[in-house]
Design a protein around this ligand. Sequence first.
Ligand SMILES: [Mg+2]
Length: 165
Amino acid sequence: MEKNKINLLIVDDEAQFLHSIGRSLEMRDFKVLTAARGDEALELARIEEVDIALVDLKMPGMDGQQTLEALKKEHPWMEIVILTGHGTIDSAAACTRSGAYAYLQKPCEFDQLLQVLADAYKRKVMNKEEIDEQRMNELLEISLSPSPREILTRLREMDKQAEKV
Ligand SMILES: [Mg+2]
C-alpha cells in the first residue's frame, strides 16, 4: 500500500472515459485501478487493496448495481460511488438500498467528484475501524469463556467470517 494515497477502483465499459478519468484522478493522488467489466472488478478487488470504487451503471454482463452488491458482499467496509450517464430516480433509489455511498450523473463536475470520493474514503476508514473494534470485542468476550472447547469453536467461526471480509 502506498501511503497517503486512496486506492480507487474505477469500473466503466467506456475505454476512453476510463482512461481519461483515471489519469485525472491519478494526478490528484489517487492510486487508480481500472476494470472494464464488473467481474473483472471483483477479481481485481480480491487481489489488490481497494478503498473505494467508482462504478458505471450500464455495462455489458454484470451491471453497476450487481457489481456494487457483489463488491459490498465481499468487502463490507468498501464504499462505492455510482457514476452514470443514464441516471433515474428508481435506479438511484435501488443503488442506495444496495449500499451505494453516492449516485452521481455524468457529466459530473470534477471538483464535486473529488469531494464525494474524499468523503467516501473517510466513511470507509470509519467502517474499517468499526469492524475491527467489533472483532476485538468478540475476541475479548470469547477469551472470557470458561470452556476451552467453546473458545476454539467460536474462534473458528470468527475465522470463517474474517475470510469474507
Ligand atoms: Mg457504460
